[in-house]
Design a protein around this ligand. Structure first.
Ligand code: ADP
Ligand code: ADP
Length: 226
């Protein structure tokens, strides 16, 4: 089944189209990556999916639901943007619990239990009372992912979550992200300008250029072409 669909979506800023007639369909449980050079429209596409931006034209659907006008907090998405940092004055646990500000935890668990569960999931067991500044960059990004996942969203949106890390940490974090994604079987849209990263983690890749999607395919097939 299709978890989300963009049909001929355009987003203009003044005279320029940041996203220009993009159509994509992301399957349930798929790890789907938008890849392409800086400025090609990846973040704008992600923000359109998340509801942080409205399309100038075209439709965005979650399942068979048209989500035009539905705000992010009602859209059942978890988001980790590149520079959407943790709150430094809150503990790790409080940062994760912040993800539950609009929603109760899924299932029959308390907020505290949910936080514990999520920190286990992102391989930070027992870190609830730590301060963010005691953590490494990779650990902090995992806390941000735990926060995004707290309400049990249908879709996870990740915008260059590794970009601030060095190569070795980046590789480790992307394996962790992939394994979390598999464990939850959560539909994920991932944004990166790094082809190698896209190749390593994705089920399918949409190659973007100048606001348009040029190809959508498995990483092997995309990168085998001349
Ligand atoms: P990417 O994520 O691939 O780097 P973006 O989606 O951030 O690309 O940007 C695509 C294009 O749209 C760029 O040319 C960018 O300058 C422009 N753009 C993005 N957001 C805005 C905005 N709020 N106002 C004006 N132009 C924007
Ligand atoms: P850039 O393309 O310059 O890197 P981003 O697209 O990453 O910028 O910026 C995302 C913006 O959206 C941030 O400035 C932040 O304020 C806002 N944002 C990101 N995530 C959330 C969220 N979960 N809730 C509310 N606002 C958010």
């Amino acid at each position: 089944p299709i978890a989300l669909e963009l049909a001929d979506v355009t987003r203009r800023y003044g005279d320029t189209a940041a996203v220009d007639g993009v159509s994509i369909r992301v399957r349930q449980g798929e790890f789907f990556t938008l890849v392409g050079p800086s400025g090609c429209g990846k973040t704008t596409t992600l923000r359109l999916i998340g509801g942080f931006e409205a399309p100038s034209s075209g439709t965005v659907r979650f399942g068979d639901r048209d989500v035009a006008g539905v705000p992010p907090e009602d859209r059942d998405v978890g988001v980790v943007f590149q520079n959407y940092a943790l709150f430094p004055h809150m503990t790790v646990g409080e940062n994760v619990a912040y993800g539950l500000r609009f929603a109760d935890p899924p299932g029959d668990v308390s907020r505290e239990e949910r936080v514990t569960e999520l920190l286990d999931l992102v391989d930070l067991p027992g870190m609830t009372d730590r301060d963010p500044d005691e953590l490494s960059g990779g650990q902090r990004q995992r806390v941000a992912i735990a926060r995004a996942l707290a309400p049990g969203p249908e879709v996870l949106l990740l915008d260059e979550p590794m970009s601030a890390l060095d190569a070795k940490l980046r590789e480790r974090l992307r394996m962790q992200v992939r394994s979390i994604q598999r464990e939850l079987d959560i539909t994920t849209v991932y944004v990166t300008h790094d082809q190698e990263e896209a190749l390593a983690v994705s089920d399918r890749v949409a190659v973007m250029n100048a606001g348009q999607v040029e190809q959508v395919d498995t990483p092997r097939r995309v990168y085998r072409r001349p």
